[in-house]
Write a protein that binds this ligand. Structure first.
Ligand code: S3P
Length: 448
C-alpha cells in the first residue's frame, strides 16, 4: 500500500452508552496464511471472511507475483494454487508495506527456492529485525543480502536443495516458527521447530488442514516439538476466517470503559493462544460474557457481550504475554481507567513491533495525563476510574509511529477521558481494521 497521501489526524471525545452488535473483520494471522497456503496448494482454495486490510492484500499480491491465481467473487475469495514446490520467481521486488507477518512468512516460503526474491517494505517494516528469520534460512542454505543489521531491503536466493533443519525458536514468535515451517515445505526430509513458549498455532493447524505431514509433541514442561515432512502434497481447502480478536480488543476495551455501554461482538476467534486479553480483562472485573462457543473451520469461535465495568488493576503473569502480545496497547488503555496499578512484564518483544510499542504507549499515556512507568521490558499503569483529568485539553497529538494499534488504542482512550484524545495519523488503521472508525461510530463513539 502507498502511504503517500500524508498523515491524517483524528480526535476521540467522551462518549456515552456504546451499544449495538458488530461483526469484527477476519483474523489477520489466519488471512495471511490462507492466501499463502491456498496459493501454494494444488487446486482451488475458497476463503470466506478474509480480512481485506492492506497487510493481507500485500500478501495476496506477492502470491500472485509468484504464480497464484487470486480473485474475489461475490461470496468470497478464490485462490488457484501452483502446487507445492512450484512457485515462480517474482519479476519485481515484493513490497509488504507495513506487514511483518506477510514479509517474514513469505521469506520462509520462497527464500528456499532456487531463484532470487527481493523483499521491501515501508519505513516501519524497514526498521524491524529480520535476523530471527534470516538466521534459520541461512542454515538451510539460503544466500542473504540485506541492509545493515539484517533489515529490509533483503534479497534471498535459495540453494538447489535446501537442508532441513532443527530450529529452537530464540524468541516467542509465531512468525519465526511459521517461516521455518513454510521453508521446510520445500526441503527434503523432516524440518523440526522447537518452541519453548507456545505461540499462536494457526500455521500448524492450517498446514495439517491442507494435508501436510505435520506432528506436534508437547513435553511435560510445555515445550512443543513440531515436525514437518517436506515436499509433500498440499491440496486446496475451504477456509472460513473467524473475526480477529486483536481487532475485537478495541471495541471490547471501549465498552468496558465507557459508562452505560452494552455491546455484542460476534464471531470472535477464541483460539487459546489468542485469548490472553479477555482473560486479563475478566480478572480486572470486566463483564465479558462468552456466548455460543463453537467451532468454525477447526478454530474456536464465540460471541462476546461486553458491558461497562468498574475495573481494578492486576499483575499480568509474564507467561501470558505470548497469548496477548498485540493486545498490550489496548490493555494499557483499560488499565488507565482501572482502580490501582496494572503491572505488565515480559514485554521485550513490544519494542520490535510496527513501532516500539512500549515507549509509544508510555509516551501517549503520559501525554494524556496517565501516571505510568516504562521499564526495559515492563509497563506499570496507575489508573484513574472515571477518567477525570485524562486526555489533552490542548489537543496535543499522540505520535503513532506508523502503528495501527497505537492509533486505535488512543482513540479508544478518548471515548472515556475527560478531555479529547488526538492521534497524529489514522491512515495505518487500514492495514488491519479498515472498518474501525465506522464500526466504532456506529456503536456511538465520537471519533472524527
Ligand atoms: C503474528 C505473530 C506475532 C504478532 C503479529 C502476527 C503471526 O508476531 O505480533 O501481529 O501472524 O504470526 P511475532 O511472531 O513477531 O511475535
Amino acid at each position: 500500500m502507498s502511504h503517500g497521501s500524508g498523515p491524517r489526524p483524528a480526535t476521540a471525545r467522551k462518549s456515552a452508552d456504546l451499544s449495538g452488535t458488530i461483526r469484527i473483520p477476519g483474523d489477520k494471522s489466519i488471512s495471511h496464511r490462507a492466501l499463502m497456503l491456498g496459493g501454494l496448494a494444488s487446486g482451488e482454495t475458497r476463503i470466506t471472511g478474509l480480512l481485506e486490510g492492506a497487510d493481507v492484500l500485500a500478501t495476496g499480491r506477492a502470491m500472485q507475483a509468484m504464480g497464484a491465481g487470486i480473485r474475489k467473487e461475490a461470496d468470497g475469495w478464490v485462490v488457484n494454487g501452483v502446487g507445492n514446490g512450484a512457485l515462480l520467481a517474482p519479476e519485481a521486488p515484493l513490497d509488504f508495506g507495513n506487514a511483518g507477518t506477510g514479509c517474514r512468512l513469505t521469506m520462509g516460503l520462497t527464500g528456499v527456492y532456487d531463484f532470487e526474491t527481493v523483499f521491501t517494505g515501508d519505513a516501519s517494516l524497514s526498521r524491524r529485525p529480520m535476523a530471527r528469520v534470516l538466521g534459520p534460512l541461512r542454515e538451510m542454505g539460503v544466500q542473504v543480502r540485506a541492509a545493515a543489521g539484517d533489515r529490509l531491503p533483503v534479497t534471498l536466493r535459495g540453494p538447489k536443495t535446501p537442508t532441513p533443519i532443527t530450529c529452537r525458536v530464540p524468541v516467542a514468535s509465531a512468525q519465526v516458527k511459521s517461516a521455518v515451517l513454510l521453508a521446510g515445505l520445500n526441503a527434503p526430509g523432516i524440518t523440526t521447530v522447537i518452541e519453548p513458549i507456545m505461540t499462536r498455532d494457526h500455521t500448524e493447524r492450517m498446514l495439517k488442514g491442507f494435508g501436510a505431514a505435520l506432528s506436534v509433541e508437547t513435553d511435560v514442561s510445555g515445550v512443543r516439538k513440531i515436525r514437518l515432512e517436506g515436499r509433500g502434497k498440499l491440496t486446496g481447502q475451504e477456509i472460513d476466517v473467524p473475526g480477529d480478536p486483536s481487532s475485537a480488543a478495541f471495541p471490547l476495551v471501549a465498552a468496558l470503559i465507557v459508562p452505560g455501554s452494552d455491546i455484542t461482538i460476534t464471531n470472535v476467534l477464541m483460539n487459546p493462544t489468542r485469548t490472553g486479553l479477555v482473560l486479563t480483562l475478566k480478572e480486572m472485573g470486566g463483564e465479558i460474557e462468552v456466548i455460543d462457543s463453537r467451532q468454525v473451520g477447526g478454530e474456536d469461535v464465540a460471541d462476546l457481550r461486553v458491558r461497562h465495568s468498574e475495573l481494578s488493576g492486576v499483575t499480568v503473569p509474564e507467561e501470558r504475554a505470548a497469548s496477548m502480545i498485540d493486545e498490550y496497547p489496548a490493555l494499557a488503555i483499560a488499565a488507565a481507567f482501572a482502580e490501582g496499578a496494572t503491572v505488565m512484564a515480559g514485554l521485550g518483544e513490544l519494542r520490535v513491533k510496527e513501532s516500539d510499542r512500549l515507549s509509544a504507549v508510555a509516551e501517549g499515556l503520559t501525554l494524556n495525563g496517565v501516571d505510568c512507568e516504562e521499564g526495559a521490558a515492563s509497563l506499570v499503569v496507575c489508573g484513574r476510574p472515571g477518567g477525570k483529568g485524562l486526555g489533552s485539553a490542548s489537543g496535543a497529538a499522540v505520535k503513532t509511529h506508523l502503528d495501527h494499534r497505537i492509533a486505535m488504542s488512543f482513540l479508544v482512550m478518548g471515548l472515556a477521558s475527560e478531555h479529547p484524545v488526538t492521534v497524529d495519523d489514522v491512515s495505518m488503521i487500514a492495514t488491519s481494521f479498515p472498518e474501525f472508525t465506522e464500526m466504532m461510530t456506529g456503536l456511538g463513539a465520537k471519533i472524527e
